[in-house]
Design a protein around this ligand. Sequence first.
Ligand code: G1P
Ligand code: ZN
Length: 544
Amino acid sequence: MSIRTVATTPFEGQKPGTSGLRKKVKVFQQEHYLENFIQAWFDTLEGFKGQTLVVGGDGRYYNRQAVQCILKMAAANGVGRVLVGQGAILSTPAASCVIRKHHAFGGFILSASHNPGGPDEDFGIKYNITNGGPAPEKVTEAVFARTEIIDSYKILEVEDQDLDHVASHRLGDMTVEVIDPVEDYAELMEQLFDFPALKNMFANGFRMSFDAMNAVTGPYATEILEGRLGAPRGTVINGVPLEDFGGGHPDPNLKHAHELVDILFADDAPDFGAASDGDGDRNMVLGNNFFVTPSDSLAVLAANATLIPGYKDGIAGVARSMPTSAAADRVAAELGLNCYETPTGWKFFGNLLDAGKATFCGEESFGTSSDHVREKDGLWAVLAWMNVLAARPGESVAQIVQGHWEKFGRNYYSRHDYEAIDLTAANGLMEHLRAKIAGLAGQTLGIHPVAAADDFTYIDPVDGSVSAQQGIRIIFEDGSRIVYRLSGTGTEGATLRVYIERYAAHQADQALDTQEALADLIQLAEDMAEIEARTGRAEPTVIT
Ligand code: G1P
Ligand code: ZN
């Protein structure tokens, strides 16, 4: 077993985006491509020699090969021990949990989240730091700089390891511990939530359907819901992780989780429905014939936090990404909680959680979580909702949300995505908007007086770091907003995201269909950005 130093040359574009490096599998399969990127991390990180790393992924195509490669490179670079999920599996929140629980130095999570998987689809790698959260921008930038000049990498010449059995192996001077990917995570959930009450709820006939979308959450949801909580078998559907997610698009929204949507919008629908994405960090929550927007979900959970044992003494604050609706802000104001608005991407929540300034965080993109890990956590959100339902017996999901609107007002909210548009056109559109917003404050657009318009800049309240150009926002005097940004996770051309929000304080104005309620703002958003003229798209690809 010897360590080989392999000469290499840099690849262009190994720049981590909103959530790690995402590329087509074929790009990752080029000789040295993965190795260069991993070595750039080892060349940039300091202090990991002899320490523990966590490695695992969402089970998509190329996951196993990548894990084998990372193990050999970790051994060659002086890592002391690697904890790897059995079958090379670890959901993103479980990886965060394992890093924290075992005081690991950090970890590699292999996933392209909700992007499709398979030989012609997407793969991705992200690195999480000691707190269990995504590496901050200054680190990913340093790694990117390293990828641009890299000239060699180190790898142990050794056979692939057996990752299918929970066991410990030696790999050169390093230990590989294959761990149960579910155990630590399930234990953490059991500490936070009232499992006896949830068990009781199932015993009393509570009906739910959980769609794991053939992705990583299957084993977690099966163990927790059907195993520990006694839900009937079959509660979890599409529960076996497949390398290509069964050909589906593992994104828990009304479009892609249509199997679940059909179940929950049927006449004999169960009480509760939920789905999660490729790597288990996203969630969608549905009631009987009712969709809960992720922005509302965060607000409702914040308002009901004290009903959940893990948060019974109250939460310090809420944080949401800038494009997420301001529904949570209303709760924070009412309950006297801290409230933060961060750029898109979970990495911006880490400092706030570490400093105890925020406890619950959320993004409109079906992400919700708390300070129990440093990632968004699909199953956590689902269990949190179930715990609220258990603590408010007799009330349905719809009743709870409508009651919430009555008290706090309703933030109608929608996101319109234009996927795979021409990159130059997308950049042109954003430039055009940047120029246009300069004199906008004080003007009236349609019937909407503009209070402020800017390109969002975030100054981290903990470390003072500044992130500029995080999305163009037009804020109207009544609190309505239009936000534009380009996706940082796509692998094809550019994706334009347009976020539209309107606040309805009174109950009489709260029962509209969302797209209708937002219709004039949507039109305004399309006109302002000249979307059709610039991108050739008359309609969004996905509406959430
Ligand atoms: C998208 C979401 C963002 C989320 C990220 C990772 O990023 O919008 O909220 O954190 O995926 O799941 P985007 O493609 O918009 O950069
Ligand atoms: Zn994800």
